[in-house]
Design a protein around this ligand. Sequence first.
Ligand code: CU
Length: 136
Amino acid sequence: MVTVLRHISDMPHRERFVITLLLGTLGAMLTACSGSKDAPTSPGQNSGTTPVTTTVDVFTPGLVFSPAFLTISVGSIVRFNITGVAHDVTFQAVTGAPASIPVTSNQIVSRTFNTKGIFPYDCRTHPGMSASITVQ
Ligand SMILES: [Cu+2]
């Protein structure tokens, strides 16, 4: 370490800055790792058998689903916030796809995704109004 530091002091200013930045990042990473050993704080770090349940919203701001492409973890719930113009949510016939939602307006309808895969869906009322949910 002393050798490294001696070399750093010989370096031009810009290189010294980069090295300092790298060492700082490394330090932050080590701190983060040692701090999270006992208490998992972010989703996905749970090692138990109970999956982390996350709820994600999909909106219909006009004739689109937003977000159109969504990636969620298995067991997550998606709330389809169908507001304004009436829409339906018709899932393509993919194994594990949840039940489609018939034409509705001003309602929030939830679906749970318990199977990994890619689940495209359309609003059949409005051709071209298509979206997809990836469950991983
Ligand atoms: Cu629609």
